[in-house]
Design a binder for this molecule. Structure first.
Ligand SMILES: Nc1nc2c(ncn2[C@@H]2O[C@H](COP(=O)(O)OP(=O)(O)OP(=O)(O)O)[C@@H](O)[C@H]2O)c(=O)[nH]1
Ligand SMILES: [Mg+2]
Length: 363
């Protein structure tokens, strides 16, 4: 049984209406990936975000009626809600209230397979939860109601907070241990030329890794199929390079997640070359390229040598758009990871960077 959901977005003045539509499309894909069935969308035009309800109170009441009528399990908000907004909305609407960050965290939690990913995701979830713990309790004590519940409620809240903090501490320690082990593994690979695949989620990074190294990494037409770094050997011009596949990016990636995934993303930081994979058939391609570059800047690797790989050219009708993209991004390489076209040109481009590496570092 898929949980029934509707999406809620806010249209603010000076905001691009098309962008909001794209953000809602992306939210719908995220909801689908999380296992929800999206029954509809509600968009409200407003001058500003309402501090108490995010949307207007009247709209929230409308949604409440809709939730009853449709038997909704979830109401998913496009923006990020404050703990107070979640609390107020939950009091009004008989469904779970989830915001964009909460949804992304949920997907990561479902998809984490390795110990490392699980620790990283739980850490991010707890950090997200900590400031939101209040509402669950005020909520509960209000349900129990009346005199005398406040005291024990507060105490319980303190106990809960302490438990969460202790767990955060324990997980941080575990993560440090995993990071040390990863650093040792990386040291063992020193000397080899390292290439990291980066890019927007669903751009085709894992498909490209498979195509270039004949690996068999999990590929899926859903968001965030990959959470763990996988490294494979790749032959380029008679030399071996190591190619690493990593977690995909998304616009407004929750910062707790970026912080927790630092060790996985360490592979990106230590790479000699980045292959930035973009889905050139996606309507928001340029925007996605810009979002990825922003995350790379955040990670302190904005200045690393990179090749922009324009993937999924097989889905383009005509060459006009591709020609424009190639003019816009000199040095970009068009490929279809799925059909295996353009891979020779990509290998040549990688080879050029490897030669540069050999002459400047070891030459
Ligand atoms: N038509 C077409 N589809 C592609 C191409 N490359 C990848 N795909 C499809 O795009 C979807 C996502 O591919 P993945 O390789 O899982 O993408 P990813 O970048 O690793 O995604 P995440 O791990 O979720 O961040 C899959 O359905 C692939 O089959 C391509 O060149 N052409
Ligand atoms: Mg992948």
């Amino acid at each position: 049984m898929r949980e029934k959901a509707i999406l809620v977005g806010l249209s603010l003045p000076f905001q691009d209406g098309e962008l909001l539509e794209e953000c809602l499309d992306e939210l719908a894909r995220l909801a689908d990936t999380a296992g929800a069935e999206v029954l509809g969308r509600v968009v409200q035009r407003r001058e500003r975000i309402d501090p108490a309800y995010y949307i207007g109170r009247g709209k929230a009441e409308e949604i409440s009626a809709k939730a009853k009528e449709l038997g909704l399990d979830l109401v998913i908000f496009e923006g990020d809600l404050s703990p107070a907004q979640v609390k107020n909305l939950e009091e009004l609407i008989p469904a779970k209230i989830v915001d964009r960050s909460g949804l992304i965290l949920d997907i990561f939690a479902r998809r984490a397979r390795t110990k490392e990913a699980k620790v990283q995701v739980e850490l991010a979830q707890l950090k997200y939860l900590l400031p939101r713990l209040t509402r669950r309790w005020t909520h509960l004590s209000r349900q129990v109601g009346g005199i005398g519940t406040r005291g024990p409620g507060e105490t319980q809240l303190e106990v809960d907070r302490r438990r969460v903090r202790q767990r955060i501490w324990k997980l941080s320690k575990e993560l440090e241990k995993i990071e040390r082990a990863r650093a040792i593994r990386r040291k063992g690979r020193e000397g080899a030329f390292r290439v990291a695949l980066v890019g927007y989620t669903n751009a085709g990074k894992s498909t490209l890794l498979n195509a270039l190294t004949h690996a068999d990494v999990f590929v899926e037409d859903r968001l965030f199929a990959t959470l763990d770094a996988t490294t494979r050997r790749m032959w380029v011009d008679g030399h071996v390079a190591l190619l690493t596949d990593t977690v995909g990016f998304i616009r407004r990636l929750p910062h707790h997640l970026v912080a927790s995934f630092r060790s996985t993303l360490g592979e990106v930081q230590e790479a000699d070359l980045l292959l930035h994979v973009a889905d050139v058939s996606h309507p928001a391609c340029e925007e996605q390229i810009a979002s990825v570059r922003e995350v790379l800047e955040d990670l302190g690797v904005g200045g690393k040598p990179a090749i922009l790989v324009l993937n999924k050219v097989d889905l383009l009708e005509g060459r006009g758009f591709l020609e424009r993209m190639l003019l816009q991004h000199p040095g970009a390489v068009p490929v279809s990871a799925k059909e295996g076209t353009g891979l020779d040109q990509l290998r040549r481009a990688i080879s050029e960077h490897m030669k540069l590496g050999r002459t400047t570092v070891r030459g």
